[in-house]
Write a protein that binds this ligand. Structure first.
Ligand SMILES: [Zn+2]
Length: 384
């Protein structure tokens, strides 16, 4: 359990959630917020508001604001330079690289490391440097990846006396925005805090208006909005447009992003079948006559659907299975297209269309026949 921690509190939801987690676990936390010329400097004000709220609840948290504006005015980034626009779209898209601030996390971590060493010396305690970095950042921000933190930990440990008392703590590094928000809900319940009040005092947008309201269209906004939606929550911060409108736009951005991803990853036939609910012609797919031992997974997302023991020869020309894997949780949906009433089956993880299910399967296995397109599945042979 961490007793003493320092952390960068940006005023966004990741670092705020991390702060809640540390406090719920009983740590004394020293937060640092940075002014670095960011257009969304209102985040520092929001961070201060939250610190005040948490202190009013008798939590052991203090806050320093460090101004790096002069130093970082030397840098090029859409987050800093007035002549560059903050890009809109999905948070994993190439244009989001404009929002990288060169070497930012190395600079922030460097200051935190010096601060942690000083606290360790003054208070004679071990100090954790807690950071809210997560996997959603990894695509665009190389300085949020685990190998980066391993490398600077090594460098700082090598370059300092007393470094055995200081450790990096990155609890969300394998998680995503949804993991983080879930943890924040739990932590605020543990401390009897008002979750909405805490998150009203955060901002994720890189281009808020003068009142701190966001369009909801920047990559970081979209990621945040989708995380609240995934947990059936309404984001308590105010957007320029109503929640329903920004949510709809974020879902549309996500849909387009996924679509582009699948177009790139799949063959034309695989795309046609899984994303457009198409059907391959009988006796043409790769697996209708496949008899080897192994596993069948979703071609889009790799989710385990069937094993070879569930496969049987139905003579229909498509791979046929009498049962699904125990954890597959395949979705069954009524399908009234082509003048028939059938039951369509879809991957529960990515909603890929797989095929249909009929009740003319082998009786001794329950009588079902999953009639699956070869194009929807991938096969991995295993030794029998
Ligand atoms: Zn899938």
């Amino acid at each position: 359990m961490i007793k003493r921690a320092v952390m960068a509190l940006s005023g966004g939801m990741d670092s705020t959630s991390l702060l809640l987690r540390l406090l719920a676990d009983g740590a004394h936390v020293s937060c640092v917020s940075y002014h670095y010329g960011q257009k969304h400097s209102i985040e520092v004000q929001r961070a201060s508001n939250n610190i005040e709220y948490l202190q009013s609840k008798d939590l052991t948290v203090d806050h320093k604001i460090v101004d790096l504006t002069d130093a970082m005015s030397l840098f090029e980034s859409a987050l800093i330079n007035e002549d560059k626009d903050v890009p809109e779209g999905h948070y994993e898209e190439e244009q989001m690289k404009a929002t990288v601030v060169p070497n930012r996390n190395a600079i922030f971590a460097s200051i935190l490391y010096g601060y942690a060493l000083s606290i360790a010396e003054r208070e004679r305690v071990d100090v954790s440097i807690a950071l809210g970095v997560h996997s959603g950042d990894h695509a665009i921000y190389p300085d949020c990846r685990p190998e980066f933190y391993q490398a600077i930990d090594h460098a700082f440990t090598t370059g300092n006396w007393g470094s055995e008392r200081v450790h990096f703590f990155l609890p969300y590094i394998e998680g995503d925005k949804v993991t983080i928000l879930k943890d924040a809900l739990l932590a605020s319940d543990q401390m009897n805090l008002h979750f909405d009040k805490v998150f009203e005092n955060t901002i994720t947008s890189y281009n808020p208006d003068q009142d701190g309201r966001s369009s909801g269209r920047s990559g970081s906004d979209v990621e945040r909005i989708l995380a609240f939606h995934a947990l059936d929550l309404v984001d308590p911060i105010e957007y320029v447009e109503p929640w329903e409108t920004v949510l709809e736009a974020a879902l549309e951005t996500e849909r387009k992003h996924k679509d582009a991803y699948y177009k790139e990853k799949l063959t034309d036939m695989q795309y046609y079948v899984t994303r457009e609910s198409g059907t391959e012609r009988a006796f043409t797919g790769m697996y209708w006559d496949e008899k080897r031992t192994g596993k069948y997974t979703c071609i889009c997302c790799g989710h385990l659907l069937f094993t070879s023991e569930m496969k049987f020869d139905s003579g229909c020309g498509w791979p046929s299975f009498h049962s699904e894997h125990g954890r597959a949780a395949i979705e069954h949906i009524e399908d009234r297209t082509h003048g028939m009433i059938r039951t369509e089956v879809r991957c529960s993880k990515c909603q890929a269309h797989l095929g249909h299910i009929f009740n003319d399967g082998p009786r001794q296995h329950g009588g079902m026949r999953y009639c699956i397109n070869s194009a929807s599945i991938d096969f991995q042979e295993e030794e029998s």
